[in-house]
Ligand binder design. Structure first.
Ligand code: WT7
Length: 655
């Protein structure tokens, strides 16, 4: 691990005890209750989780054993139990609260829809029947490429209902990214929309899907297209069908397919440090349990809450805290199609007021963007119903934390800074809001049943406070990743090789302070975190070199006030290094190219051209050197092995 990940620059001494008014009504309302859960978990983790699995999940067939370690690092939870997630999220509420609003949807253009549990159940059943009628079998993969509309959740739930494995691809990803994911998953069915509305523009989902399917994706047999924008898109005879047409004749009843607890619920592709994105495979029973207990412990979520998680369903946050957790608990949730600042900078707060949001969960990058617009914006809205705030995706800087606390929470709402990953399935380290005293910038302590640790290069525990090291998880937990789709070796190598079969490697570095609070320090590998989302540098580099004029590329991150990290690309061209206007034009072209290849989220903020990239004798790109240059830092590395010192000046040049 490089020095830069070990040194900690944050010293934060403020402490905010839980507001008494919050604690009084919370389900975990005092330290003793939390302590009790933690000690129950540490005495016998497997029976702790088994007790919760029995209490929280409706099983079709009960399980007889909680945890099977015999195939470590493949851990199986509740393996002989049978259930259906869609049954747990929908059917079990019908008798008591079928007409309760499950989803309040707010469109980009200001329109709203209220969908009850019964309505969602009916739509899920219709689509599930339609998929069955098209031959989709349990275990088949279905790729979902939709905007943030209720149908995205309905499609996910419909897959779960028939045991199909969904793989949601974020609507902001390009045709190429979609194609790669469809091909890796060998999906049979694609569910998409004519388009989506975002910040007043139309996102051309169907056209992107067509481009993906025109250049591969032979496994796709049919495409179901939701009419969202109605702006007219080509439909391919024999392959494409409109959603409303396929569900029209289908009954609103569909017998769920009961699956084993280990049956894969979904794949979700996430960036790794090298190579193509990894299809993170999650289970059914353990995953659902993780989503449910964290909704209770971290969000204190109850039936009477209006929960709003702003994440897109294309990310894991939108799986656990939009598509599954809140519905399993019978809550009401808000789903929003648009962006935080369109048509005005108070949009989030306007929606909180209008829909009576009680729990609000978003990303630090959004908070920083809204903070920039001024303190007077949130004061224009009635935020008095909000009782709890949350963040996820990257470390939150104390300034942004304080702004959120004061101007949104009015100093009455705890903030839960939740650390977790696509691979962990649910929140792992977080304050428990009725109990934990908060430190701005710290995600506090591991939740009950989560055995986290910080270890050195050799895998030994670092006990001393404030010493940075590798963040690891030492015991299996129910919602953990099961494998990487189609590449089990990579699963073992990525998560369980460095310190053996029993320590899950998170890829993050962290320190623990004298009070046992965790402070995440960033990734240890070459993975950037842009706006709360992981991007593999390799992926962006391979997109760049796929451009006809690019010979070589190296991508690093530099800190960015708004997005956490920004992408900086160092590019070596085939032929001459461009100058003047040509350089500006080419930089622009390459930015557009990366956007096309991967999506706008990966667009380089800076592109620098040089004749060469600095490499070690063994030919490895000197990333730390490049990173220092990208950040405008002084170079402390030994550069004597460089063939041509002059390239350092080239690399420093901004376009
Ligand atoms: C990586 C996981 C989990 C959903 C969103 C991202 C970083 C996440 C925090 C936090 C500091 C955080 C980590 C982690 N991260 N939450 N509260 N504080 N860092 O999911 O794309 O799988 O990324 O995001 O680096 O490893 P993901």
């Amino acid at each position: 691990m490089g020095n830069e990940t070990i040194q900690s620059t944050l010293t934060e001494n403020r402490l905010f005890p839980p507001p008494a008014a919050f604690s009084r009504g919370a389900s975990i309302d005092d330290g003793q209750r939390l302590e009790h859960l933690c000690s129950e978990a540490s005495r016998d983790p497997a029976s702790f989780w088994a007790r919760h699995a029995q209490e929280e999940i409706t099983w079709h067939k009960p399980f007889s054993s909680a945890l099977d370690r015999s195939r470590a690092p493949h851990f199986a939870w509740f393996a002989d139990g049978e259930l259906n997630i869609s049954f747990n999220c929908l059917d079990r509420h019908l008798a008591r609260r079928g007409d309760k609003t499950a989803i309040i949807w707010h469109g980009d253009r200001g329109e709203t829809r209220h969908l009850s549990y019964r309505e969602i159940h009916g739509e899920v059943c219709r689509l599930a029947n339609a998929m069955r009628a098209r031959g989709i079998q349990p275990g088949d993969r279905v790729v979902i490429y939709l905007p943030m509309v209720p149908e995205a959740v309905i499609a996910m739930q419909a897959c779960a209902r028939i045991g199909a494995i969904h793989s949601v691809v974020f609507g902001g990803f390009s045709a190429e990214a979609l194609r790669d994911r469809i091909e890796d998953a060998q999906a049979r069915l694609l569910i998409t929309a004519d388009g989506g509305h975002r910040a007043g523009k139309i996102i051309e989902l169907k056209r992107a899907a067509d481009r993906a399917l025109d250049h591969g994706c032979a496994s796709i047999e049919s495409v179901i297209v939701l009419a969202r924008t109605g702006h007219g898109v080509p439909m391919k005879e024999g392959r494409d069908e409109w959603w409303h047409a396929v569900v029209a004749a289908m009954p609103a009843h569909c017998e769920p397919t009961w699956v084993g607890a280990e049956h894969p619920l979904f794949l979700l592709y996430t960036s790794g440090s090298t190579g193509k994105p990894k299809g993170i495979q999650h289970s059914t029973g353990g995953y659902l349990l993780g989503a449910i207990v964290t909704c209770k412990w971290v969000f204190d979520l109850t039936e009477s809450d209006v929960f709003w998680c702003t994440a897109d369903v294309g990310w894991v946050t939108g799986h656990s805290y939009v598509a599954y957790g809140p519905l399993a608990l019978g809550a009401t949730e808000v789903m929003y199609e648009g962006t935080p600042t369109y048509p005005h900078g108070g949009r989030f707060w306007e929606l909180c007021e209008r829909h009576g949001v009680t729990i609000f969960y978003t990303a630090p990058t959004a908070i920083r963007a809204l903070m920039k617009l001024g303190d007077d914006i949130p004061t224009q809205f009635d935020l008095s119903k909000i009782r709890l705030l949350g963040t996820v995706g990257e470390p939150i800087n104390p300034e942004a934390w304080m702004w959120y606390y004061i101007h949104v929470g009015k100093e009455r709402c705890p903030i839960v800074d939740t650390w977790w990953q696509t691979e962990t399935g649910s929140i792992m380290v977080s304050p428990v809001p009725g109990v934990t005293a908060l430190k701005p910038g710290s995600c506090a302590r591991p939740l009950p049943g989560i055995v986290a640790g910080i270890v050195d290069e050799a895998g030994n525990d670092i006990a001393a406070p404030d010493q940075g090291g590798y963040l690891v998880i030492k015991e299996p937990w129910p919602s953990m990743v099961r494998t990487i789709w189609g590449d089990d070796q990579r699963f073992k190598d990525t998560y369980f090789r460095r310190f053996g079969d029993s320590l899950y490697v998170t890829g993050d570095s962290a320190r623990r302070d004298a009070d046992g609070y965790y402070w995440i320090m960033g990734r240890v590998d070459d993975v950037l975190n842009v706006a709360g989302h992981r991007l593999g540098t390799m992926e962006i580099e391979s997109a760049l070199v796929a451009h006809a004029r690019v010979a070589e590329a190296a991508v690093v991150g530099r800190p960015d006030e708004l997005t956490g990290e920004a992408v900086v690309a160092f590019v070596v061209l085939k032929g001459q290094r461009p100058a003047g206007d040509e350089r500006v034009a080419l930089a622009k072209e390459l930015r557009g190219w990366v956007t096309e290849q991967i999506g706008a989220i990966a667009r380089p903020a800076d592109i620098r051209f040089s004749d060469n990239l600095p490499k070690t004798r063994s030919g490895k790109i000197m990333r730390r050197l490049i990173r220092a240059i990208a950040r405008g830092e002084e170079i402390t590395q030994d550069t004597s092995t460089l063939e041509n010192e002059a390239i350092l000046d080239q690399l420093r040049e901004k376009q």
